[in-house]
Structure formats: structure tokens, C-alpha cells
Design a protein around this ligand. Structure first.
Ligand code: MLC
Ligand code: AMP
Length: 425
């Protein structure tokens, strides 16, 4: 497959967009991109045409690989299975600095940015997990995480393959089916929303056979940690990470897994932390898994990356024995079911709609989703149909960004300088 891609222009220094779906054919295609030497740009197949166009424009790809179901829509040629294997494969020559991945994350300014992860970054991230969590060829990971984010792609797919283990990749998450699969696995990776759904499933006790259950990408509540321990016999290992740094902090495999904390820095990771008991500070991370910057965005890179230190925008404090707690964010970010949504990105779309004068988007606390995207709008006239507005938004952005509720208000709370005070909403 890598040879077939090379015949179509894939080589070191080129980019291929990969609309990630979790079927075997598509997974092999994604891995073949890396084998060809090209840079893999994973994207959500469910993104809107507008979002798709932004990434295509930004990366200037030699190819776009999409799941079979999308070919009918696009009327572009398929990479037919008959072609695979007919191409001559030339082992690519690349260095650790060459780019393995460009992973898009949205940001405070609204426009998504491509985080550049080199082969050396990915290798360092994988090696840290292998050491810390003792991953080995006998391990079988069960995961339902999407492959267009680093949790499912790098920690999940690449991590277990690099350790020589196997992966049971569930194409979508359904609690009962996931728990059935967990019975055959040794390790499982989840976001808290998945654990919340499993906590009320009849077969929760299936978790007992796992040697390791990991949670990350969003805060895990102490209540949920305890519910899974009571019904599933697992003390969840919570860890912390970020697209730009890969996974960096983790509770221990063998020592105490402390609920409400993300443990300590992984092997090779340097974390700038306040002293224990000293109060909170912004977490900064350096080390070999820290990314190379945002693709063609030097200013955006300079805002967060300084002499190798990544300013995460997450606030931390340190407790006894050095256990780190993520206690807040200095960035205006909503995390819903492990997906990041920047309020400004949704607000920009809302104010572009007819009849909307102003908009503010906030995260409303939710036991299932962590936070739910919630919008407030000031309308030109009361007759604007808010239900129809949700429908319009669905055609303009990925499903998880669409506000669950839209409420009309007479005015938005602003301070004396006119700055929106989202916390009051
Ligand atoms: C789905 N929906 C969401 C949503 N996921 N809405 C808000 N937030 C989300 N996270 C929408 C669906 O489109 C649907 O919309 C409605 O909610 C109900 O869908 P569902 O069937 O109940 O949801 P489901 O498809 O089961 O998805 C839930 C989920 C999914 C938890 C499986 O959100 C998920 O896979 N989350 C993982 C995200 C992830 O991998 N993050 C890692 C980022 S990397 P409608 O309109 O049709 O009703 C990172 C670094 C690190 O953060 O440290 O790991
Ligand atoms: P992403 O940009 O999708 O990689 O998301 C990274 C963000 O997810 C981090 O900056 C954190 O805000 C959040 N995050 C990841 N893991 C955790 C965790 N265990 N607890 C709290 N927040 C987390």
C-alpha cells in the first residue's frame, strides 16, 4: 500500500490527509502513509465541508484518503485494492526531525492550527508509555477512541503496535459492547464520558480482568473513579496529555493511583511545577515529545513555545509526594466528552448567522460530558427561530461543537471595558 501511495506522489516532505475511520482497511491506509515517508494529517471524517476546506488549503496535500463511504460523495478515484502491491516500494530515508504527523487543534483565535509532530516526538512519546505502563507483546488493548486525535492514534494505535501487542479497535463506543470486549483484553484506554456510561452498565464487572484501565483527555471526577472501583474492581490510572506534547503526566502503574490527580511526569518529560502546597501555576512542559510548532504559523507557535517549553494553558498544583492536580485552565476552552471546543470558534459562526447580533459560548457542567457547549445570543428580533439555528450550525461545524442549547438574552454581561465576562453566564 505504501508503494501504491508513493506512485501517487507520497514521499518525505509531502502531506496526505487521512479521514480517519476505525475499520481495518482505513487503519492500514493510515499506517501506509507513514511507511511511504509522507506526513499523515488525520482528520475527522464527520467534519463539515468548511472545516475540511480549511485543512486542505493549509496543508496542500498530495492525496486525500477517505473511508470508502465518502468516495461516492466526492467522485474522486479510489485507491483500489487491486492496485495495492503493484507499486514498487522504496524505503524512505528520513530523520527524526521529519514530520510524522500534523494534527489539527482549534485555538483561541478560532482558526484551527496544525501541530507538527516529528518522528522523534512520536518515538519519544511511545517509549515513555511503554516504560511507564509496562506495555508488552502479550498486551491486548481495547479502545473506541477516534483515530484523528493523539489519544486514540498515538497512545492507542501506535503505542500498542510499537510494544508488539494487539488492538481491538471498536469503531464506535457502546458501553455494553466495550465491556464485553474488555473481557478479552489486558488494557483499556478511555475518556471520562465513556467511563460514566460504563458505570451504569450491567456488565461493569467485566473490567475486573484488565491489568490496566487508563483515563485521560478530560478531568476524571473522584466520584467516577470510586464508582468504577466499586463496580469494576479497577483503580483507574489517570494521566494527562495534550496534542502539542503527547502524554506527559501519569499516575504510577505500580504505586498509588490517586484520584483527582494525574500523577508525576513520565520518563523523559520535564515539567515546570509549583512547590508542593505552594498554590497554583500554569503547567509548562519540555522534553523530546514536545512538538515542533504549528504548521506555517510562527506567531501562534511563539505564543506557546518558548526555548523548548510548551505553555499548556492548564493550571496545576502539587500535593504530597509530588502528585500533580490539574485544577483549572487559563485558556478559554470547553472540553466536552474529551473533545476540545474553543468558544470563539463557535461564537464567530453564530454572529455570522442572520438575525444574530452578539453571541457567547460557555461550557455548562455535566456529569456525562464533563462540560456541554451552551450558547447565549442577542437577537435582532425575537422571531428568529433558535431550533432552525441549531440545524444550520450542524451543517457548518463538527457535531460535537454544536451548542446543546441556544438561549436568547437581552444583553451579554460585559465589564467596564466591554470585554465579555463568560464566567457570569
Ligand atoms: C458526540 N457528540 C458529542 C460528543 N461526541 N457532543 C458533544 N461532545 C462530544 N464529545 C454528539 C453526537 O454527534 C450526537 O449529536 C450526540 O452528541 C450524541 O451522540 P452519542 O451517540 O451519545 O455520542 P457518541 O458518538 O457515543 O460519542 C461519545 C464519545 C465521543 C465519548 C464516544 O465523544 C468520543 O469518542 N470522545 C473521545 C474524544 C477524544 O478522543 N479525545 C482525545 C483528544 S486528544 P446529534 O446532534 O447527532 O445528537 C487529547 C490529548 C490527551 O485530549 O490527553 O489525550
Ligand atoms: P487536546 O488539545 O485535544 O490535545 O487537549 C489537551 C487538553 O486536554 C489539555 O490541555 C487539558 O486541558 C486536557 N486534559 C488532558 N488530559 C487531562 C486530564 N487527565 N485532566 C484534565 N484535563 C486534561
Amino acid at each position: 500500500m505504501a508503494g501504491a501511495l508513493q506512485q501517487r506522489g507520497a514521499q518525505v516532505g509531502t502531506r496526505i490527509i487521512w479521514e480517519a475511520s476505525s475499520d481495518l482497511e482505513n487503519v492500514l491506509a493510515g499506517l501506509a502513509v507513514l511507511r511511504s515517508g509522507a506526513t499523515l494529517v488525520p482528520v475527522n471524517a464527520a467534519q463539515s465541508p468548511l472545516e475540511r476546506a480549511v485543512v486542505a488549503e493549509d496543508t496542500d496535500p498530495v492525496l486525500v484518503l477517505a473511508p470508502r463511504a465518502r468516495h461516492a460523495e466526492t467522485s474522486t478515484p479510489s485507491l483500489d485494492p487491486e492496485d495495492v502491491g503493484s507499486g514498487t516500494f522504496l524505503a524512505p530515508i528520513f530523520s527524526g526531525e521529519d514530520l510524522a504527523l500534523i494534527v489539527y487543534t482549534s485555538g483561541t483565535t478560532g482558526q484551527p492550527k496544525g501541530a507538527m509532530l516529528s518522528h522523534a516526538n512520536v518515538a519519544a512519546g511511545l517509549s515513555a508509555l511503554e516504560q511507564a505502563w509496562g506495555l508488552e507483546p502479550d498486551d491486548r488493548l481495547v479502545s473506541a477512541l477516534p483515530l484523528f486525535h493523539v489519544h486514540g492514534l498515538v497512545a492507542g494505535l501506535f503505542g500498542i503496535l510499537a510494544a508488539g501487542g494487539s488492538l481491538d479497535l471498536q469503531a464506535r463506543f457502546e458501553a455494553t459492547a466495550f465491556l464485553a470486549a474488555a473481557q478479552e483484553a489486558t488494557v483499556a484506554y478511555c475518556v471520562p464520558t465513556m467511563l460514566h456510561r460504563m458505570a451504569s452498565a450491567a456488565n461493569l464487572a467485566n473490567l475486573r480482568g484488565l491489568r490496566l484501565l487508563v483515563s485521560g483527555s478530560a478531568p476524571l471526577s473522584v466520584e467516577l473513579f470510586e464508582a468504577i472501583e466499586a463496580g469494576g474492581g479497577q483503580r483507574i490510572l489517570e494521566r494527562y496529555g495534550m496534542t502539542e506534547t503527547l502524554l506527559t503526566l501519569s499516575n504510577p502503574l505500580l504505586g498509588e493511583r490517586r484520584p483527582g490527580t494525574v500523577g508525576h511526569p513520565l520518563p523523559g518529560v520535564h515539567a515546570l511545577l509549583p512547590e508542593p502546597g505552594e498554590g497554583e501555576a500554569e503547567l509548562k512542559i519540555s522534553g523530546p515529545s514536545v512538538f515542533a510548532g504549528y504548521w506555517r504559523r510562527p506567531e501562534a507557535t511563539a505564543e506557546v513555545l518558548n526555548e523548548g517549553w510548551m505553555a499548556t494553558g492548564d493550571l496545576v498544583r502539587v500535593g504530597t509526594e509530588g502528585y500533580v492536580t490539574i485544577c483549572g485552565r487559563s485558556k478559554e476552552l470547553i472540553i466536552s466528552g474529551g473533545y476540545n471546543v474553543y468558544p470563539t470558534e463557535v461564537e464567530d459562526v453564530l454572529v455570522g448567522l442572520p438575525g444574530v447580533l452578539e453571541a457567547a459560548v460557555v461550557g455548562r457542567p455535566s456529569p456525562e460530558w464533563g462540560e456541554e457547549v451552551t450558547a447565549f445570543v442577542v437577537l435582532e428580533e425575537a422571531s428568529v427561530d433558535l431550533t432552525a439555528m441549531r440545524g444550520t450550525l450542524q451543517s457548518l461545524m463538527s457535531p460535537y461543537k454544536v451548542p446543546r442549547t441556544i438561549t436568547a438574552v437581552a444583553e451579554l454581561p460585559r465589564n467596564a471595558l466591554g470585554k465579555l465576562q463568560r464566567h457570569l453566564l
